[in-house]
Design a binder for this molecule. Sequence first.
Ligand SMILES: *[C@@H]1O[C@H](CO)[C@@H](O)[C@H](O)[C@H]1NC(C)=O
Ligand SMILES: *[C@@H]1O[C@H](CO)[C@@H](O)[C@H](O)[C@H]1NC(C)=O
Ligand SMILES: *[C@@H]1O[C@H](CO)[C@@H](O)[C@H](O)[C@H]1NC(C)=O
Ligand SMILES: *[C@@H]1O[C@H](CO)[C@@H](O)[C@H](O)[C@H]1NC(C)=O
Length: 507
Amino acid sequence: MEPRPPAWPLLCLLLLLCSPCCPGVGAQSYTDFKLLQPQGPVVVTTRETLTLNCTTSESGPVGPVKWLKGWGNGNETIYDQKGSFPPRVMRVVNGSSTDFTIRIRDVRIEDAGTYHCVKFRKGTFGDVLFQHGEGTEVLVHARPSEPAMSGPRRRAVPGQSVPFTCSTGGFFPRDIQLKWLKNGTPVRAEPPLIGPETPNSSYHASSTVQVTLRENDLRSELTCEVQHSTLAAPLTRTYALGRALRVPPSVSVAAAPPGAVEVNKTVNFTCRVQGFYPGAVTVTWLENGTEMNAGSAPQPTETSRGLFELRSTVTVQAGEEKNGSRFTCRVLHEDQEPISSTGTLRVAATAQWDPSDGSTGDSKNLIYVAVGVVCTVLALLVIAILYLIRTKQSKGKSSPSARLHEPEKSSGTTTTQESDPNNLTYADLNFAKEKKSIRRIIELSQQSEYACIQSNSSSSSSQQPTSSDNLTYADLDMVHLSKAPRRPPPRPEESSSEYASVQIQRQ
Ligand SMILES: *[C@@H]1O[C@H](CO)[C@@H](O)[C@H](O)[C@H]1NC(C)=O
Ligand SMILES: *[C@@H]1O[C@H](CO)[C@@H](O)[C@H](O)[C@H]1NC(C)=O
Ligand SMILES: *[C@@H]1O[C@H](CO)[C@@H](O)[C@H](O)[C@H]1NC(C)=O
Ligand SMILES: *[C@@H]1O[C@H](CO)[C@@H](O)[C@H](O)[C@H]1NC(C)=O
């Protein structure tokens, strides 16, 4: 080209004049074209929707607007105004030539990155980058998954220390807290293990705690608490410690009645299975090591502490041949070694006497006999003593009294009567049983129930048969012979006299 200096301004003027009517040529500059990507860094949580704002001015060169993720090599077209794009991406204002805001649904961890809104200009060899936004950094956060908890593979007995593990995953960023609580009280644990250490991927974490189980932990709860920046409230998972606990039963066998039993009586052997958890046991009875049919198994009952117990009973007839038989209660709990307890049947040796009477009855009879004998002996002794005392008393009452029991005595009118010159003899009677009955004494006197003992003057020699006919004997216990002359029947005496007078008439 041959430059002609005067031609340049003319060309410029021509171009300026022509530009409104020839846009294809005037598209070279578009200095007033503006593209705005206003957002700074954006944080979005997985499964949520990300919005990326981009607006342009109306006028611009021919060419599409695109959203690119990343810059330089390895950039990725997320949205293309003229091309295809993933189904998760959509325009907010469809068909707009100024608002190129897009939305990305169901955000994933791998959506994290820097997004650029780019305006391309149609070139001879494809689209040429014309203008782009400053880029929006997108941080994808991920919520941790619901924590999972695992206990020991086998149940542990009280006192054992067992591990519990809590794990969660899929969270971003890396920072996370896993806390342990037993019945609401924090439990110390090692810091959680977090991985993997690869960029732009979510993390997982796990924490293990050792818990020493106790018998009263049956209703305890172990809680794992997960705290993360994406969570408004911590995630928790609870483990019932009863699931990890096994309380073995105590087993004891008792016989009822206890001790040796008589032949052919029945004996109940009761097996008490106590304080076990969980509440499933298998009870078998063995007689001298051989399994016996004990009928249906009773159901365990739950105690207030959450442990279980049951009783199983077998009834045995105490045949003589079963003396010394061993009855074993064998309890199987949770696939452990069986726990056993044994009772022995004792048959009492056969007695010689009637077995229905029993030895106890005989000894009772013996006791009764002995008591009877002792009582009789005592009674006899008392009588003898009383008798002795009486005889002594009667002797002590001296001369006037005489015994008229025996006919010989009275017939002989006794020595006292012999010596008695008056021959008038009174016999005083002692009514031991009727101390207070004065009237009776009067009656006695009125009815003249005097014992009349006739004695003549000659009777002193005591040999007349006639006199013996007239003689009346009084069968009296104690008789006082009075020397006083004949008197009227004695009046009741002032001090409740207990004497009856026997008048012996003289002929
Ligand atoms: C992004 O675009 C949407 C839709 O046009 C709009 O509602 C929102 O306010 C914009 N946000 C910003 C930060 O410009
Ligand atoms: C995007 O990548 C392509 C090749 O894959 C490259 O030609 C282009 O220049 C890149 N664009 C930007 C804006 O880096
Ligand atoms: C016990 O019972 C058996 C048969 O039932 C009988 O033969 C035996 O005499 C009984 N023994 C006694 C002491 O009752
Ligand atoms: C049962 O055995 C005990 C001792 O083992 C013995 O004293 C008892 O006499 C026995 N009873 C019978 C009925 O044989």
